[in-house]
Design a protein around this ligand. Sequence first.
Ligand SMILES: C[S@@+](CC[C@H](N)C(=O)[O-])C[C@H]1O[C@@H](n2cnc3c(N)ncnc32)[C@H](O)[C@@H]1O
Length: 419
Amino acid sequence: MKLILVATCMFGLEKLLGEEIDALGLKRLETMDGRVTFEGTETDIPRANINLRCAERVFVHMGAFPAHSFSELFDGVRSLPWEDWISRADAFPVKGHSIKSGLTSLPDCQSIVKKAVVERLKERYGISWFEETGAKYQIEFFIFKDMAHLMIDTSGVALHKRGYRPEAGAAPLRETLAAALVMTARPREDILFWDPFCGSGTIAIEAAMLVSGRAPGLGRSFAGEAFANIPGALWANARAEAQGRIRTDCKFEVYASDIDEDILDITYENALRAGVEEYINIFQADARQIKKEDRKGTVVCNPPYGERMGEREEIERLYQQLGGSFKALYPWQIYVLTSSDRFDRLYGQRADKVKKLYNGMLPCYLYEYFKPAEARSNGARTAKEIFDRKPDRRPEGRDRDRKPYGPRNDRADPPKKKL
Ligand SMILES: C[S@@+](CC[C@H](N)C(=O)[O-])C[C@H]1O[C@@H](n2cnc3c(N)ncnc32)[C@H](O)[C@@H]1O
């Protein structure tokens, strides 16, 4: 059956997610903040769940209609073919959100949607009471600019939970965001990949999984495995297809180091569970002292942010020191994710590119240094310049050079409500 599917992601990852959907040979239909809509069939639901590295969930899109009032919402939901998916014994809880729309009360929307689905199924099945003891079909509504979208979640537990990280350090990075950083850095087998602030090892593990061809969802289960429309054979085939893509001849090498020796046991356990420990060299080191080995390399890291009071000065000193030590690594490429919009100022080098991303609800910046130092012109913009709402009106030349990084107290915009 031809279906419309929706993959959701954290803000800022839509482009990478879209490219992943293309790579699965699926046709993209629409991209909006935090979601990419695409065409597929039942076969593609397991493929998308198992293979997409940046997606948080995969949904079946049941339909969309204008919903300015509760009665429009009720009628629209009742007109959708819920019986195509949900059988008489199945459970169908409802949740959702509403953005930039007249219908703002989520509990009311939730109970209207539930009632409308119940009415529809009552008519179809000729029963008046639903036990809801069977498979769970989580219904999600998303009302955006008065247009209601109704979906069924096929993932269950969010896809960033790969299953390899039951234990994490104090500030672990979401696996989907770590995968996005890795994909941005385009790791290659002939280039050493190093996370010198590895914590629980998420970036290193995602890099090893990507280069060795290991799909992120191979070690876990999905809600859709209980769906009657997606027979077990489709899941088994998708797993076999993903298993077949794991490379056994891969020579990729990853260094994962951290100043905190205690966390390295967790890093190792996680790498082991992910099945990529053979690629990762885990050791204790101070990132300020890492040395360029006689080879090509890429550093991708997520140093401490210092969000708590009192830590800020210490963290800013660390960023300054990194500027000194990482400079010696050129022409290695350096990718740093931090919530500081002053990182490049403290580091002492304008980034070639700065991307705004979100670590959960925390806005953060990915500073990308990929050009050789001599090729880096003053034309590259700072995070402050890139995300300033107003155009930069400072004159070209000396003034701009004297204060290239903008005022200290310019903070990032608060995150938008998740779409
Ligand atoms: C934000 S956490 C990294 C989280 C990691 N990406 C993960 O997913 O678990 C920062 C890490 O930097 C480490 N760290 C702090 N200062 C360091 C230094 N000078 N050198 C190396 N590691 C350091 C901390 O021990 C902590 O594990």
